[in-house]
Design a protein around this ligand. Structure first.
Ligand code: F6P
Length: 323
């Protein structure tokens, strides 16, 4: 093995740069040339790449985003587009490829494997919705950003006194997963949690808030995952049931930016280096992940065929903290 490629694909996640550092450093350790393919699978279609050596990645461990850009493209799925990508991989003489990204990126990785390319995936998405790993790179940073927002809202919520209690609803990312909302609820001072994996029980939410208001609390903080619906609609419904105004916050892309946490940097460093080790060992069609604190490789086929199992126990414990 002489030359490998690396790309970041799908939604950017804090820690992708730390992963790139690990891939380039581990590649250099194994005497490999490393090419950074730009803008995810778009770079494979358009033959956009640049050689990465250790000085290109020396300082990027703390940077948000991804220095080689990321991308989403439908063209890669088309027969013509895919053939172009394969021809470019051949012309670059890549002996292996590391794909860093979320569920869609792992599906693209499988497509390349089926066409004979050696690929190892690395889970990078704030959503933490990938099978085969307890944590995806970027998730911890996103949860820290959400927790920070909850703390800030708590400051204003606990300071201003008015004629009615003030209720705040915060919408967080996660696509169809409630992982960010659940974890941030555990970390912060939150009264109710709405996630797409569970039916919304408005009676339970409002009864719990009213119970706390009767006890003397004059505010409520609710976290909702974007997969549940729109923060406007949820707030209006709550307003109707509570009989007073509800404030809303749509946190949005802030959750994907900024410096990665130490946890994400460490995870990214381990998984990026292990992805290269797997290629060097002659492995293929795997995704590296961390399970029970052990770095392991799992078959890409399993990653792509199974939905991440919902952690019921975690959810139940989280609800106890809210109530
Ligand atoms: O998958 C990461 C993610 O941030 C999701 O949480 C969110 O639904 C989506 O990407 C947003 O995508 P875009 O950046 O294209 O708006």
């Amino acid at each position: 093995m002489k030359k490998i490629g690396v790309l970041t694909s799908g939604g950017d996640a804090p820690g992708m740069n730390a992963t790139l550092r690990a891939v380039v450093k581990a590649g250099t350790y194994h005497n490999l040339e490393v090419l950074g393919i730009e803008a995810g699978y778009i770079g494979l279609l358009e033959n956009r790449f640049r050689k990465l050596d250790i000085l290109d990645v020396e300082e990027i461990v703390s940077y948000g985003g991804t220095i080689i850009k990321t991308g989403r493209t439908k063209e890669f799925q088309s027969e013509v587009g895919f053939k172009k990508a394969l021809a470019n991989i051949k012309s670059l003489e890549l002996d292996g490829l590391v794909v860093i990204g979320g569920n869609g990126s792992m599906k693209g990785a499988q497509k390349l494997v089926d066409a004979g390319v050696k690929v190892i995936g690395v889970p990078g998405t704030i959503d933490n919705d990938i099978t085969g790993t307890d944590y995806a790179i970027g998730f911890d940073t996103a949860c820290n950003i959400v927790t920070n927002t909850v703390d800030r809202i708590l400051d204003t919520a606990t300071s201003l006194v008015g004629d009615t209690p003030r209720v705040f609803v915060i919408e967080v990312m996660g696509r169809n997963s409630g992982e960010i909302a659940i974890t941030s609820t555990l970390a912060g001072s939150v009264d109710a949690l709405l996630i797409p994996e569970q039916e919304v029980d408005y009676d339970e939410i409002t009864n719990n808030l009213k119970r706390k208001f009767e006890m003397g609390k004059n505010y409520g903080i609710i976290l909702m995952a974007e997969g549940v619906g729109k923060v406007d609609d949820i707030s209006r419904e709550l307003e109707m049931r509570l009989g007073f105004k509800v404030r809303e916050t749509l946190l949005g892309h802030q959750q994907r930016g900024g410096r990665p946490t130490a946890f994400d940097r460490v995870l990214a460093s381990k998984l990026g280096a292990e992805a290269v080790n797997q290629l060097v060992k002659g492995e293929n069609a795997k995704m590296v992940g961390v399970r029970n604190n052990v770095v392991e490789a799992v078959d890409l086929e399993v990653v792509n065929s199974e939905q991440k199992k919902f952690n019921d126990k975690n959810y139940t414990l989280t609800k106890m903290i809210c109530y």
